[in-house]
Design a protein around this ligand. Sequence first.
Ligand SMILES: [Zn+2]
Length: 380
Amino acid sequence: MRLQHVRVLGPTGLSAPQTVDVNAEGAEDRDATGLVLSPGWMDLHAHLREPGFPQKETLLSGATSAAVGGFTHVLAMANTDPVTDRAERLQSLLTRSQALPIRISFVGAVTIGLDGRQLTDAAALKAAGAMALSDDGRHAIDRVMFGHALDAAAAAGLPVLVHAQAEQLGDGPDAEAVAVTDALDALRDIRGARLHIQHVSTRRAVDLIRAAKSEGLPVTAEATPHHLALSSRDVWAMGPHGNVNPPLRSPDDRDALCEALVDGVIDVIATDHAPHELAAKQAGANGFHGFETAVGVILGLGFDGGTVYRACVSRPREILGQSLEDEWILIDPDAEWRVDGASFKSRGKNTPFQGRRLRGRVVMTVCRGQVVTERVMQHV
Ligand SMILES: [Zn+2]
């Protein structure tokens, strides 16, 4: 497919309009004036709910939703039923994911059943194709066990992704600071270990990670679009529909996350896509749909192109040692649209951006040289 007059998102930001040939079988050449071509985005943090929760999401509905949202590679968490805590389970998920429209990779659990008591077999999970280990969704593991986990993961050559929240302290800012401090202390002691802190939500955690990075510790971190864009002020009126873990914090915390993303203390934007059916949200379930609003929300934050490229394209892949393989998205950065969860391809309609107007939308997603979604352009 030949694109004319397209601007390309790269490490230094947006290029001038140019002609680009993209490997996209069957797609027609077009005048792409006003559009942006970006390598497909990678999401390091998503819950695809299969096996176990088809009322929330399946591998296929999740992958389709991610493609619509502009993600060509997604890392799926292990808190399914059963938990992805054995090599055979991970292997079978990976086999089934080959038929999906985009690339789906999987983490293996750190502990059996995510209960924090018995470590999984890191080497076997790695051999089965695990990209990382994480007990995300739980943080039941104690400091000593976490050290053992980092050790085993390091020996297997895998990073550990940690949902940094000391469970016994609830979901306040202290619970995040304590868990980040503990995880960094453990990291300091173990050669070869790599730690990635998931969904950082507070200024205190940002400061701890900044200090650890300047010390040279091999730690990386992510923030979600909702923690970057929203604060506690936006959700108080939403009742149970505003429930998310970690919760939306103060405007000052949100500002700290945005600053940290620009200066690189936070490496990655990851959605923590957590689809739920309506009844579960009404009953208080934590989590938001993330995929289909990500591009509009992130472009609306006003970061420069180089920062967006790093946070959504390059750093997620560097952290997992992945390369791009004919994965592209075409974005209309000026498309204005109103969010309506009912229109999502995901089974989870639980968006905190319901009814908001966003600017910026994915027009086409190409993965493995195939067009996997294409939106008919509407000029409204
Ligand atoms: Zn999560």
